[in-house]
Design a protein around this ligand. Structure first.
Ligand code: PEP
Ligand code: MN
Length: 337
């Protein structure tokens, strides 16, 4: 249920509304706009409906959220909500670029790539320590050792770190070293993992499942918010279609649709979306033009030796050219990068 206050409501009235909601055994999420405050009320629907919310002083309207996703819906906040990743705001005026290798492979590799992408303008370092691979015989990642190397690269560059969590049993270890948890496409509907990261203090970037509809995607995000973690970033990373020339089909449609449907920031992973190094920059530019709040781009200093996804990784100098192109498009749509 969403409460919207009258334009001249006082702070004392807002505090009173919040207190009363808590006394009723309900939770609320408060979003402050220029002249009004939007208060999303959380709890069992029948219980909320029984309460005289409209009678609280200062309340102008009480509206139920009719969509199946409630907490992620745009109406629940009435504005877009940026998410902080180690102090970097995702979902504000700046288009935030996250970059790094598919997998962390060695200290030299991750530190050198982190330095290169930082120099080119990336704001967040990515790198997989736990890798979801199609084949059990492929490189599975360095595990906790990889997490430690990511933390070392953060120490050297100051870039916050995002890395994938594949299993609930690894949550504590990942939380010890990372600034943001990534839930990968293959785990988008791993509901026990979603609930667990929903109880984490860290922000979560949820990637769209390769066969998930936009509604499925938003319902998965709802799982995380319903456990109390509102710091969720959505990532479109391409879906399976009949097309086989490219690795996936990057669903650019999802960007404006998600920006309209949800208050959560929307970032795009053009690397897995197209899977072909030479076209990653074009799809990055397209994503920013369509309104993406950020990008996730794989970079490797020696792609032919990469232990995963070498064919889609950009060299650091190619990443520099991509950043110049992304900056130009960001400025054209009234943002920075
Ligand atoms: C990745 O980011 O390296 C990755 C495995 O992505 P996805 O989950 O989108 O396939
Ligand atoms: Mn990858």
């Amino acid at each position: 249920m969403i409460l919207i206050t009258k334009p001249n409501t006082t702070e004392a009235q807002i505090d009173h509304i919040i207190e009363r909601i808590a006394q009723w055994g309900l939770r609320c999420e408060v979003s402050r706009g220029e002249s009004r405050v939007v208060i999303g009320v959380i709890g069992a629907e029948d219980h909320i409906r029984e309460k005289p919310l409209a009678a609280l002083p200062g309340v102008e309207s009480v509206t139920p959220v009719l969509k199946p996703y409630k907490l992620v819906s745009y109406e629940f906040r009435g504005m877009h909500s940026p998410v902080s990743v180690g102090g970097v705001q995702v979902g504000g005026a700046e288009v935030v670029v996250m970059s790094g290798p598919c997998s962390v492979e060695s200290r030299e590799q991750i530190v050198s790539i982190a330095q290169d992408i930082k120099a080119a303008g990336a704001r967040i370092l990515r790198g997989g320590a736990f890798k979801p691979r199609t084949s059990p015989y492929s490189f599975q990642g360095l595990g906790v050792e990889g997490l430690k190397l990511l933390a070392e690269a953060r120490e050297v560059t100051g870039l916050p770190v995002i890395t994938e969590i594949m299993d609930t049993k690894d949550l504590e270890a990942v939380e010890d070293y990372a600034d943001c948890l990534q839930v990968g496409a293959r785990n988008m509907q791993n509901f026990s993992l979603l609930k667990e990261v929903g109880r984490s203090k860290l922000p979560v970037m949820l990637k769209r499942g390769m066969s998930a509809t936009i509604k499925d995607f938003l319902m998965s995000a709802e799982y995380i918010l319903s456990e109390g973690n509102f710091n969720v970033i959505l990532c479109e990373r391409g879906i399976r279609t009949f097309e086989t020339y490219t690795r996936n089909t990057l669903d650019l449609n999802a960007i404006p649709v998600l920006k309209a449907e949800t208050h959560l920031p929307v970032v795009v992973d053009p690397t897995h979306g197209i899977g072909l190094r030479e076209h990653v920059a074009a799809m990055s530019a397209a994503a920013v033009a369509a309104g993406a709040d950020g990008l996730m781009v794989e970079v490797h200093n020696s792609p032919e030796l990469a232990k995963s996804d070498g064919e889609q990784a950009l060299l650091p100098e190619e990443f520099g050219c991509l950043m110049a192109r992304v900056r130009a498009v960001a400025h054209a749509v009234g943002r920075s990068a």
